[in-house]
Ligand binder design. Sequence first.
Ligand code: FRU
Length: 484
Amino acid sequence: MAFTTEERYRAYADWSADYIDTIRNNTQSSPWRTNFHIETPHGLLNDPNGFSYFNGKWTLFYQYFPFGAAHGLKSWVHTESTDLVHFEPTGSMLYPDTPFDSHGAYSGSAMQFDGKLFLFYTGNVRDENWIRHPYQIGALMDTEGRIQKIDQVLIEQPTDTTDHFRDPQIFNFKGNYYTIVGGQNLEQKGIIKLYKAVDNDYLNWEYVGDLNFDNDQTAYMMECPNLVFIEDKPVLLYCPQGLDKAILDYDNIYPNLYKIGQAFDADTAAMVNPGPLEQLDYGFECYATQAFNAPDGRALAVSWLALPDVEYPTDRYDYQGCLSIVKELTIKDGKLYQTPVEAITSLRTDAQVFAEKTETNNVYELDLTVEADSSLGLVLFADAEGHGLKLTIAPANKRIVLDRKDCGEAFALDFGTERQCQIDNQATTANIFIDKSVFEIFINKGEKVFSGRVFPRQDQTGIKVLSGQATGNYYSLDYGRKTN
Ligand code: FRU
């Protein structure tokens, strides 16, 4: 269903209960509902928001348009977890219901202050001429999940940016609070602005500068910037739109990238000696990754496993998008590693030695090793003929290739059906998480990651070895009862 502008921005209260029941039933009838990934009961999910630790639990919101598979009037849906694996919706929501967020509670972050969770987000407003006004605003959530909006604009649109100015990420650096906000300058180049909380007051922000991270100035907008610290090194994750492929080659409509710096100079808004620009994920879907430093110091990240401006086969079931599993970020030999949080192993219900299978429930993990002089041609979601998601792990050729062209329903064909990356000629491991229509593949314990979606046919449930070999295990996974 194509949504009109009126439908996309219609007030939540003006949608009928019957309509919502109809789309909920349609969504629930989808053959591709996930088992252990967060998705919506109906409607569209996009960015992870407000990922934080609050009141003894992990908090994670997502961007939500409830009324179908479209980008419309966005709110935030609250979920919480005690183990970073089982996230359940609490019923709390951040609604677009004030003059400062009338056209959407857009993305943002969260931090605990004085027993309340401060939600720092972008209020998207359109005036009567449909001109956009972005406001960086806030709300406080108490331990009962009640959300109270702060009735003032915390950061106004700067005079040197266009109306593309959004996605504040609050973080603590050496005892002071800062926020970075993505934007577009008047030359229509993507930039990231740094602000500091005056006297650590989250209501009072002063501009420090445009973040200096060797910005190549080819993108037209930086969405969802995040700065985390890993062993004192700043790691900047962001989504440049329109980045020149000569700077970094990518296949997805927009990439999610990162840079590691040697140090962070908060006074001059600079990442000191930023390293090369790198792909966070080599797969087909990974965007708007949100990362934060947990109270125990770990850098944790979660991604949106879909992309803007792309249609998905689930659209006809009136829903779209899911979140990734939570990944812990570390640096080894100067490289960023992303590993699923340890508690993901609690989903394992049964272990078997890895072998081909004609039938699975498409909810499992593989933990494989391919020797340096060997290679593996593996088909996941395989039918009887061996058609499915084809993964080639070839240390001898120093390559990983992933091809989804024979896996169920085709989509996003404009961006190609194959993704690849380079690896070293050494024994290579792959931790592969399969969840009905999601795959997350962690090569060499998170040195390289391929994430994405496939929409297999009903008979595509097998695991087939096309060539070569690997050793390892197959684990059945089960989340247990899920209440979305
Ligand atoms: C990224 C994004 C953000 C924005 C949000 C709106 O996917 O476009 O920049 O805040 O989604 O839903």
